[in-house]
Design a binder for this molecule. Structure first.
Ligand code: NAD
Ligand code: SER
Length: 331
């Protein structure tokens, strides 16, 4: 292809991107803040509307429009989508695994109804794309522990996992029956330093860095050998955007894609941090989150995401630890 063709294609795709108007629901959360900032970089600040039930996150202020929105209020959601000429929705509002177990009916209601509201409006208004994340929490004690495949026995035992698994089938249903282009990833535990985590079982892998930096010690609520699938936030944001930018014919899994980067236990990450902070110590007092963690696989086979739309992680435990500590020290 000659250089002018490439320039032409690039300018066509920039024009196409400019026409998209995106609504991020749950934009003040752990993923929402970073995803909104990344989308604003690509599409322009004014093209990406951040929304949440809680106040606008400090990092989002001045980077683009913000609206206060309860995704459970379908009428108001519909009005916002029409008023703002929204073409794509990223739905991130949810109750995570540990918080969900404290109030199962509320977790089920929020996690299911928010998705049904968005899918219904997407169908009616013919939105171009919808993104909704699932989780490794769909897997349960009967799923394979190591390299858990995309298609396997799936019997979740948390209300969060049940809601994610049901949600995956609603996504598939709306795609098959109504042609809604909804895409999804089963995120592992996500590690980040920009915004606080929202009540998951994997949150220890963030808190441990804060403990190491502030007190050179950390009291972990999981047993030291509890290995879980994890991912650094820059990889998760890139995966989300790559999935959403991929041509529709490459998306062959319309429930939700397995996605993987690294797996480690509390004792593995403690040893990794000790390489940079000598004298750092973790202690272990497992609580109710231990049984949730034990119900999930230790590692995930994501070869379908890699084969279908070219997923490839960049951060392993070593690289992520260096980056987390450097960024936390710079705060
Ligand atoms: P989070 O709890 O940090 O953020 C969720 C946001 O949704 C919060 O800012 C909250 O105020 C908002 N919200 C809650 N109820 C709302 C409502 N009724 N209307 C509008 N906004 C509402 O969660 P997160 O970690 O950013 O997770 C985002 C999504 O990714 C969720 O679906 C979660 O299940 C999924 N996920 C997260 C992880 C992880 O490790 N963080 C892993 C797997 C899947
Ligand atoms: N990090 C999430 C949780 O622990 C996994 O979906 O709930």
């Amino acid at each position: 292809m000659v250089e002018t063709d490439v320039l032409c294609l690039q300018s066509e795709s920039v024009q196409h991107m400019k026409k998209e108007k995106i609504l991020v629901i749950g934009a003040s959360g752990q993923i929402g803040v970073e995803l909104t900032l990344a989308l604003r970089k690509m599409y322009g600040g004014s093209q990406v509307i951040a929304s949440d039930l809680r106040e606008e996150n400090e990092l989002l202020k001045g980077t683009g429009p913000y609206v206060s929105l309860d995704v459970m209020n379908k009428e108001m959601l519909h009005v916002q989508i029409l008023r703002q000429n929204i073409t794509q929705v990223y739905l991130l509002a949810a109750m995570l695994s540990a918080t969900g177990e404290k109030n199962p009916p509320l977790a089920w209601h929020l996690n299911m109804q928010s998705l049904l509201n968005v899918l219904d409006i997407a169908k009616e208004e013919k939105l171009s794309k919808v993104y909704w994340p699932s989780s490794i929490a769909v897997f349960g004690p009967t799923s394979p522990k190591v390299d858990c495949p995309q298609h396997t026995i799936i019997e979740p035992t948390t209300v969060y996992g049940i809601s994610k698994y049901a949600g995956e089938f609603w996504c598939n249903y709306f795609f098959q029956r109504y042609g809604v282009d909804v895409r999804s990833l089963r995120y592992p535990g996500l590690i980040s330093y920009k915004s606080a985590p929202g009540g998951g079982t994997t949150d220890y892998a963030i808190d441990i860095f804060l403990g190491a930096k502030e007190k050179k010690q950390y009291a972990c609520y999981l047993k030291e050998d509890t290995k879980l699938p994890m991912m650094y936030m820059p990889d998760a944001i890139r995966a989300t955007i790559e999935l959403m930018e991929a041509p529709a014919e490459k998306i062959k899994v319309r429930t939700s894609y397995n996605l993987s980067a690294m797996s480690f236990s509390p004792s593995d990450i403690t040893s990794e941090i000790q390489k940079h902070i000598p004298g750092f110590k973790s202690t272990y007092s497992p609580d109710s989150r231990q049984s949730i963690a034990e119900s999930w696989p230790q590692s995930i086979d994501d070869h379908e995401a890699r084969a279908h739309w070219g997923w490839n992680h960049q951060f392993d435990l070593e690289k992520m630890t260096i980056d987390m500590l450097a960024n936390l020290n710079a705060l």
